[in-house]
Design a protein around this ligand. Sequence first.
Ligand code: ATP
Ligand code: MG
Length: 475
Amino acid sequence: MLSSDAGKRVSQVLIAASDASLSQHVVGLLADSGHVVEAASDTAGFLALLENPATDVVFVQVDAEDPNGLELVLRARRASTVTSIVAITAEGSVDSVVEAVKRGAGHCLPRPVNASALALVLRQACEKAQATRHASALARCERSGAQGEFGRIVASHPLMQQLLAKAHQAAQSRATVLIQGETGTGKELIAAAIHQNSKRSSGPFVRLNCAALSESLLESELFGHERGAFTGAVSRRKGRFEQAHHGTLFLDEVSEIPLSVQVKLLRFLQEREFERVGGDEPLQVDVRVVAATNRDLKSMLEKQTFREDLYYRLNVVRLEVPPLRARPSDVPLLANHFLHRYAAENEKKIDGLTNEARQALAAYPWPGNVRELQNIIEQAVVLAGSASVGVDDLAIAGELRESEPVRLMIPGVTLAELERFAIQRTLDAVGGSPSKAAVILGISRRTIQYRMREWGIGSREKLEDEECEADAEPN
Ligand SMILES: Nc1ncnc2c1ncn2[C@@H]1O[C@H](COP(=O)(O)OP(=O)(O)OP(=O)(O)O)[C@@H](O)[C@H]1O
Ligand SMILES: [Mg+2]
């Protein structure tokens, strides 16, 4: 099995092999690689999985006598120019290699596939995909004239990919954006990326937390004040709107703006005009507003604590950031990202997470979302006594045992994630026995064992014991 290297980014890997034992073999070798690995069981499944724009590497079995493999290479190349395609060919089959390369494969891996050849090809293929992705992101930024990019946002789940595509599009316009999402989901990060990708990126990005100030302070902080406007206003002061001229004003926790200030904000959004507190001269500034909230503004409309007209003015483009529990494939990706970041910051050599730790992260419901994951990984890195972070280093370990079952959001999860959830929970309930879990789930024991290997769960002894027992029984 391949173990993960320090400093390596988690990649999405897809495998399509008509020979199930080959697919199983490659999945098994990749079980400990730290990458997110998916195997397609048929062409339709392969085409569906190909739609994931985060896929870095695709392994396709190509045989001279089976034209389907070559067709899949072609489909993979058409689906993405970023993805690296690796053709797995029979030893010495030069014709297949030539045909696969013609259709877009960039790497070849001869059968029988051994661990070291796989590791080498995978590393090269990942590096190539990442370099192409980076180059095309740069080209996109250059074409749009933007200086920043969404590159700091680590995400591969389709829900996040859609959200980021929408945010990228919105960035090009001047439209007001409302970002909604639970605490710690990355709303501020997205707001900053929108600014960096907009034409106003050379202007200021000004942030105001609307929950942190009293009603009167908030008004003068937003719109500024004239000298003598109130006790203590010893001189004229520019507010955040003026400070954000030619840039972006990020109104965090916008739900907390009192009704009296909501009226003034509405006026700015409608007429692009406001007055300083204590002033009567209307001022005009060129500011794009991005607002964020972790509250349900719709329900506040019903209670009349938030103005409906303001809601619609803010809600020109709405971005709903999904909670982390609704994008489970982002958890290992983010965990690795933070692990390497904090290892570097603390000058520690950390190779990765143990399997047990990865499972604990996958099972935890993340009420504090990405911020909580970030904190837990930082703490684990600081406290880790060895080169890999184990389950005991994670501050969630204790809580997990008492935690509620993971809440999966539908729509929001993929069938593969649901399958993993069902199999893992059932295995937990039957003491890890694939045979018992198979009876409950109504699927074959081999499917469960295959998945367990793929995910790197369950002890080798348990799998082997079960296999010996099972050899005596028909499948
Ligand atoms: N997808 C991501 N990739 C990398 N870092 C992320 C991601 N999402 C969030 N973070 C990090 O998690 C932390 C919390 O994110 P952020 O402050 O943007 O959340 P928020 O939604 O604004 O939270 P709150 O509602 O509590 O203000 C930040 O340190 C941010 O950099
Ligand atoms: Mg925030």
